[in-house]
Each structure stands twice: as C-alpha cells, then as structure tokens.
Design a protein around this ligand. Sequence first.
Ligand code: NIG
Ligand code: FE
Length: 424
Amino acid sequence: MSLLITGASRIETPVGQSAHRGAGMEEIRIIPDGVVRCEGSQIVFVGSRTDHDRAFGAADEELDAAGGAILPGFVDPHTHPVWAGSREDEFNRRLHGESYMDIARSGGGINQTVRATRNAGFEELLDAALERLDTFLLHGTTMIEAKSGYGLDLTTEIRMLEVIRTAHERHPVDLVPTCLAAHEVPPEFRDDPEAYIRTVTEDVYPQIARRGLAEAVDAFCETGVFDIPQTRRLLADAPRYGWGIHLHADELTPLGGAELAVELGALSADHLVHVTDAGIAALAASPTIAILLPGTSFFLRSTYAPGRRMIDAGCAVALATDCNPGSSPTESMPTIVALACLEMGLTIEETLTAATLNAAAALGRADRYGSVEPGKQADLVILNGPSAQHIVYHYGVNPVRHVVKAGRVVVLDGRIREPAERAG
Ligand code: NIG
Ligand code: FE
C-alpha cells in the first residue's frame, strides 16, 4: 500500500533522530512544492515531484494537500487523558478568586476526579478516552504520552492503564503509557503520606510492572504534595522496572524538581513555571527534555514557564497540552503552539521542533517519529494554510485539513475516516 501526498505549498520539518537544543531548535527544513511518498507505514521519499517521478511509479492512493503545508504529526508528550466527571464548577470557583491549591485542599482538585474515576467502570473510561483521542487526532496529534493518576489505588491505577492500552490498540493515535500513581496523596492516606508512598512503591509499581502496563513513571513533586526526598523514594526503582522518568517539576513553587529530574537522568522535567536559574543550567547541560505546558498557565491564569530564557540557555524544549480535567482541559496542540509563541516568546520554528521532534525525544522515540524524513513513520499533518505560521497567525481555530497516521489517511478534510474508509 503506497500513498503520495501532492499539491502542498511546502513541507516544513525539523530533521534528525534526536532532540534539538538551544539555537538548533530554529533549524527547520523547508521544501517548497514538495511531495511525500509513504510505503506501508513508512516515509520513503520527501522532495520534488520531478525527483519522485524519476524514482517511483504511481501510488495506490493520492492525497491532495490543496495548497496546505505538510508537517510532522504533533506528538503530545504530557497528557492525563483518562478520567470521569468534570471540574467546571472548580474552574468557576477559580474565577471567583480561589486558587488551584485552595480548591485541592478543600477536597476538590485531583481528588475530586479520583472519586469520579474510581466509581467509573472500564467501558465508561474507555469511551471517554476514545472520544478525547478523536479530538486529539482532528487537531493533528498522532502520538500522546498518557498518564494514569486518577486512581491512586491499585485497582483503579491498573484499570486506567488498561484503558490506555486498549485505546492504543483501538485508536489511530498512539498512546505511550506512564504510571502516575504518585499524582496526589489520596484521602484515605491524608494523615499518613509515608504509608501511601510505601503502598505505591511496594505494591502498585511491582504489579504494574509485572503486567507490562507502563513504560515510564511520573510524580507530582510539589509543595504540599510530594517533596524532594519523597519524590526521590518514589522514583528510585524506575531503573529496576526499565521505566523512564518524567517529573511534574517546579509547577507551582520552586522546589528543585528540575535539578532532581536531571540528577535522576529523567527523560523529561515538565511544567517548570518556577524553575530556578540553577534548574535551567542543569537542564541545559543534560539530555533531559524540558516539557512546557503553556495551556496550564493560560487556564490557571498563572505566569508562564521561562521558555525563551530556557532555549537561549541551551535547553531542549518540548511542548504538551497537559490535557486533564483540572488545569488544562484541551486536546489541541495548535492552541499550545500559539500560546508558546504569543506568551512565551518562542518562534514558529522553535515551536514546530518542540511539538514534534523534541516531543518524540521526550518519549524516547525521536529515531522513528517527529520529522518528515525517509525512514521515519509516516505520521503527518496537512494544514489548511500554506505554512506553519498559520497555526499561530490564524489562531483560535483548527488549522488541520488532513492527518496521515502510519501511512493511512485517518482525517480527510477535517473529518475522521471510519476504519473501512481508510485505504488498504
Ligand atoms: O499537570 N499538576 C498535577 N497534575 C495536573 C493537574 C491534574 C488535575 O488538576 O486534575 C497538571 O497540571
Ligand atoms: Fe500534568
């Protein structure tokens, strides 16, 4: 099965098999009037129509980009896409002056979603997740990292990770699973957080590892949640299970989460709104990716992570939605890209790198995903505007016309194709 994408104004992509850092994030390859050919799930040719026609015959299927730009599919390296219930009430309370942490301490926040998620069955959680995945896909996202963390007990953490696994099997979007049992101290352990840490490390992690349900682990390292020594203990066994590490770091207070992530050799340190200069220097000198989540700052009406300063210091920055019911209920990477440019001062070129190749690197997958190059998986977005600039310039609407996942056209003219309609 082969697919040829023609009629594009340009192809726009970072290149390479590893993250770009600092000034390197600006380096984008632009191929005017380029075509892309896919064979099976792979990209086999990127270049001019003339060169293509010299080397290849007709393809089984052609897709007309109709003057749009071809980009790599967005990779969203930090999401919480499985939950039940809604927190609209809490959002309104924040508008009336309460803070995210005030609400959490009064029994709302993460623990409110935990109550709803514990009470929901597998099918209910799966249906809700699949609906969100449709929205991710329609906005050009072809791979997400997906965290558990609204169970906070063995049964529900396993159920969430099984939902993630099933959704990965059933939906075109790839889900990369992370165990976030250390998302919060659940109410039944409020008076004894240490006992919860023991439960997580001695019971929950081993059972999840045995079932092969996660490939990474994460913790909410934050004042009033898990402090630095507790986080250290929570993440200590990651190497034994073969898990990579992500860390919710320096989101609400400057606790030193970035430095800890670097020290532990984490794949990523995430949020970083309150990262210190020492934290930025540590990240710049390490392979750990800084995942920034401007949607969360926007939605919590807080300050933004110093993305501009971090890139200027030489960090490798990625962008993510943080899609979750409390602090960032969106699946839209185009919205995140717009916020990164307009509120953090990143350039279009930097955000393109951050939302594709660097995001794939944060999931340990930059060798196969995150750019439009021969040998990479054919995960592509075709915009309805002529360049990546249109993601930000024409803001607030969905800029995605078509999506190709693993060589198949899964979104055509802004509509998800049913499996039977997809070629092959
Ligand atoms: O990444 N910071 C912790 N976790 C989420 C919020 C989850 C929630 O409020 O439900 C975050 O912002
Ligand atoms: Fe998060």
